[in-house]
Design a protein around this ligand. Structure first.
Ligand code: ADP
Length: 483
């Protein structure tokens, strides 16, 4: 007689401050949705996030879980309720507390964060650790960005918790730096105010908690893992990261090919794949008509992203006026800093070949990926970047500044071979308006040629899914689980 045994899957808690489709301000939300999904066949994985008031509880069937905590920080009691739902096969926990949830924005208006963000997200971290402790069964806690970093310290502080922690840096530009007195407000003692812990040039730095106390640190590309140990990209943490380099590695993000699929995207009218590449043009025609742009045969360049210096918006603005000399159209979608809004508006009002849409519009962004001939990404630095992978998957050729994740995921056109499994695009080495302008010119010469189509169709056949990267995270979890 044989006895069937089923091996129990390890439990993982994945914590993030935004998760698509519940709340999204950028790539973190995409990653926090797609990575757990990709790992869910191997691990028993749940996701925890704040229950922002903008989240549509009815639509996602989010219900109270009958779990209530009272947590103390600096002598103040915070009442917390947990909610939950199951979505696309994953269990989600939502943390509700008025200070965390009852806000208009996730983190604050575009130009500044809420003054009490440290308290808001420290409370979130305390709830994560409380849940971990009550459950007692999670082997891995996967934390993301500064908003969840403090949980790594809280886990280490509590000897009764055996859970191992992984901390992922999605963008080193946002470190969660707050004035010294915040230390007390988030319920931490002076003990943590030193350079090996949270102290940072007289302030406190929450990201340092993740770097110092997590068992492993990852970031979202191998290139960025190297770059952040240098002065240019380290934002003051390069020395600290170099010191902790033995537990640091880079794993490139993937894209959710169920959400982003030219074959089945519900937001686009004409579905296509690399075989039916010509149909992509129908999306372009529909888009140009919708947005009032003229010239179907002109190459359409798209830019989608946050209007912030990181994304190279200054370079883009410098180049826009010059593009009147080229026979092209440009469509821009984004929101962000007021100064950029004003500058862009001023330029766009003078040129009819540039279309500008302010806002965060998921649907429109999908239509743009499907309609565009080229995607512009002149980022000054880019930890990973998803846009370029989405674009390649939609047969839209990326034009990128070769840095960080862009360098890793987009190979220069000159090296194109059909046999390669990598994606290709137009790459420029210097974050400068002249370099971007030259790339735009090269792109418009290339547009419509056989080579252009061949490369776009090649890119569409490449694998940008999470599969390979999820395997690397799985290996990391297993290694820690055994340790
Ligand atoms: P970030 O630095 O903002 O996280 P990423 O490239 O990692 O940049 O991810 C950006 C994600 O957000 C992509 O899915 C992109 O399509 C989307 N996105 C950015 N800005 C907008 C916008 N204004 N409207 C719709 N989607 C947007």
């Amino acid at each position: 007689m044989t006895v069937a045994t089923s091996k129990k899957r390890s439990k993982v808690l994945f914590a993030a401050s935004e998760v698509y489709p519940f709340a999204k301000s950028g790539g973190l939300a995409d990653v926090a949705a797609a990575l757990p999904k990709a790992l869910s066949e191997t691990f028993d994985i749940s996701v925890i996030m704040p229950f922002y008031r903008s989240i549509d509880a009815v639509r996602y069937n989010i219900v109270p879980l009958n779990i209530f905590y009272t947590l103390n920080m600096n002598g103040k009691a915070y009442e917390v309720k947990l909610y939950g739902c199951s979505y696309r096969g994953i269990t989600y926990y939502f943390v509700y507390a008025p200070v965390l949830s009852e806000r208009e924005y996730l983190y604050g208006p575009a130009d500044q964060g809420y003054a009490d963000n440290a308290v808001r997200f420290a409370l979130f971290c305390r709830v994560i650790v409380k849940l971990l402790k009550e459950d007692g069964d999670f082997s891995i806690l996967h934390l993301n960005d500064w908003q969840t970093a403090l949980a790594a310290l809280l886990v280490k502080e509590d000897e009764s918790i055996e859970t191992k922690t992984v901390y992922t840096i999605h963008n080193l530009a946002y470190q969660g730096i707050f004035p010294y007195h915040t230390l007390r407000e988030i319920g931490l003692s002076e003990h943590y105010y030193h350079m090996d812990a949270l102290e940072f040039y007289g302030s406190i730095n929450l990201m340092k908690a993740g770097i110092a106390y997590a068992d492993r640190i990852t970031t979202v590309s191998r290139e960025y893992a190297k770059e952040i140990q240098t002065e240019t990209f380290g934002f003051g943490l390069e020395g600290f990261l170099f010191y902790h380099r033995n537990k640091l590695s880079g794993i490139l993000n993937g894209i959710d090919t169920e959400v982003f699929s030219p074959q089945s995207d519900p937001f686009i009218i004409y579905h296509y794949d690399s075989e039916k590449y010509a149909k992509k043009f129908e999306n372009k025609k529909a888009y140009l008509k919708e947005r009032g742009l003229k010239g179907q045969q002109k190459p359409l360049f798209i830019f989608i992203g946050r209007f912030t210096w990181q994304k190279g918006v200054d370079i883009l603005i410098d180049v826009l006026e010059r593009t009147a000399q080229l026979d092209i159209n440009i469509a821009i979608l984004g929101e962000g800093e007021t100064l950029y809004h004003q500058k862009l508006l001023r330029i766009v009002s003078r040129y009819r070949h540039i279309d500008l849409y302010f806002g965060y519009e998921e649907e429109l962004s999908h239509q743009m990926y499907a309609a565009g001939d080229f995607l512009l990404m002149p980022s000054l630095f880019e930890p990973c970047g998803l846009n370029q992978m989405i674009a390649m998957h939609y047969g839209t050729l990326p034009v990128v500044h070769s840095v960080g994740g862009l360098k890793e995921s987009v190979q220069p056109l000159e090296a194109f071979t059909e046999k390669s499994r990598k994606g290709f695009g137009i790459c420029f080495g210097e974050a400068h308006a002249d370099a971007l302008y030259k790339a735009l010119k090269d792109a418009s010469y290339l547009y419509g040629t056989l080579r252009y189509k061949e490369i776009c169709r090649h890119n569409m056949q490449c694998d940008f899914s999470w599969k390979r990267s999820a395997e690397r995270y799985a290996a990391l979890y297993r290694e820690l689980d055994k340790a």
